[in-house]
Ligand binder design. Structure first.
Ligand SMILES: Cc1cc2nc3c(=O)[nH]c(=O)nc-3n(C[C@H](O)[C@H](O)[C@H](O)COP(=O)(O)OP(=O)(O)OC[C@H]3O[C@@H](n4cnc5c(N)ncnc54)[C@H](O)[C@@H]3O)c2cc1C
Ligand code: FES
Length: 259
C-alpha cells in the first residue's frame, strides 16, 4: 500500500507547557490530522515566526509524535539548539509550520511480552506506542537519562549520574529483565550506542526487535539522502533514509558496525 503524501500545514499552537529540565510540550488541535498519525511517526516542525524574524533558524526540526487524543496532537521536546529553542518560545496562538506525519511508525502487535527501552528524547514516541499497545500486551518499560531532569514515568529508571532511579546505563540489567519478564519483543528509541547495546544483548536470545533510529535531517521528506543509514542483510544491503523508510527499522537489518 502506498504511503499517504505528508501534508504541509500551519496550525495555531493550542498550548505550550514548560516542564523541568529544558523540556516542554507543544500541542495543536486538528482532528483530521490526528486520525492520520501512528506511533513512531514524526513531524518536521518550524516556528512560523521565522518568516518575520530573520534571526530564527529556517530548517525544520524532526520531532516525534508524543501523544494523540481525538483532537490534540502533542510533542514533547527538549531544548537543545536554535531550532528547538525557537519552538519553545512559540506560545498559544502563534503559528507552527508542520510537515507530516512522516516515516513508517512501529508495527502494532497483540498478545506479546513487550519491553520498551528509551533513552533521553527517545521517550516521546514510545509513550504514544505504549498507549496503543497496553490493552493487548504485557509491557515493561525501562528509560535512561543523564540525570533526574531526564526521567519520565515508566517501570524502571536509570540515570548516568545516579541522581534518580538506578545508577548507570539503561541497558545495564537488560539480560535479567529479558529473562525474568519473558520478553519476546523489544521496541527501542534513543541514542545509537544505546540501540546498539540493546541489539547486541537481546539478539543473543533471538528476540524480535524494532528500533527507531536517530539521524541528522535536512529535508526530512526523502529528497536529500542526508539521513541515510545502512540497512539489509549480509551483502544484500543499501542506504535507506531514516525520514522515509524509517525511522523504525527491524534491528536485525541495521548494519550496526557501519553506523
Ligand atoms: C525521527 C526523529 C525524531 C525526533 N523526535 C524528537 C522528539 O520527540 N523530541 C525532541 O526533543 N527531539 C527529537 N528529535 C531530536 C531533535 O530533532 C533534535 O534535538 C533537534 O533537531 C535539534 O535541533 P536544534 O536546532 O534545537 O539544535 P542543533 O543546534 O541542531 O543541535 C543541538 C545539539 O543537538 C545535537 N543534535 C541535533 N540533532 C540531532 C539528532 N537528530 N540526533 C542526535 N543529536 C542531535 C547536535 O549535535 C547538537 O549537539 C528527533 C530526531 C529525529 C531524527
Ligand atoms: S533528511 Fe533528506 S532524505 Fe532524509
Amino acid at each position: 500500500m502506498s504511503k499517504p503524501i505528508p501534508l504541509y500545514i500551519k496550525r495555531e499552537i493550542y498550548s505550550s507547557t514548560e516542564l523541568t529540565g529544558n523540556y516542554f510540550v507543544l500541542r495543536i488541535l486538528d482532528e483530521e490530522l490526528a486520525l492520520k498519525c501512528k506511533p513512531g511517526q514524526f513531524f518536521e516542525l518550524r516556528a512560523a515566526k521565522m518568516e518575520t524574524d530573520c534571526s530564527l533558524p529556517k530548517l525544520f526540526k524532526p520531532i516525534s509524535i508524543y501523544d494523540v487524543t481525538k483532537v490534540i496532537i502533542s510533542f514533547l521536546i527538549k531544548k537543545r539548539g536554535s531550532g528547538t529553542n525557537s519552538l519553545s518560545k512559540s506560545t498559544t496562538t502563534d503559528l507552527l509550520e508542520m510537515i507530516g506525519p512522516l516515516g513508517n511508525g512501529f508495527p502494532i502487535v497483540s498478545g506479546r511480552n513487550v519491553l520498551l527501552v528509551s533513552g533521553g528524547i527517545g521517550y516521546p514516541p514510545l509513550s504514544y506506542l505504549y498507549k496503543e499497545l497496553i490493552a493487548q500486551n504485557q509491557i515493561y518499560w525501562i528509560h535512561g537519562g543523564g540525570g533526574s531532569n531526564d526521567v519520565f514515568p515508566c517501570n524502571e529508571v536509570w540515570t548516568i549520574d545516579g541522581s534518580y532511579g538506578n545508577k548507570g546505563m539503561v541497558t545495564e540489567n537488560l539480560e535479567n529483565i529479558l529473562t525474568e519478564k519473558k520478553i519476546d519483543l523489544i521496541y527501542s528509541c534513543g541514542p545509537i550506542p544505546m540501540l546498539k547495546e540493546c541489539f547486541r544483548k537481546a539478539s543473543k536470545l533471538n528476540i524480535e526487535q524494532y528500533c527507531s533510529l536517530e539521524a541528522y535531517m535536512a529535508c526530512g521528506i526523502g529528497s536529500c539522502y542526508g539521513c541515510a543509514v545502512p540497512i539489509g542483510k549480509n551483502d544484500q544491503w543499501n542506504y535507506l533514509r531514516v525520514c522515509q523508510e524509517g525511522p523504525v527499522f527491524n534491528a536485525e537489518e541495521v548494519l550496526w558496525n557501519l553506523l
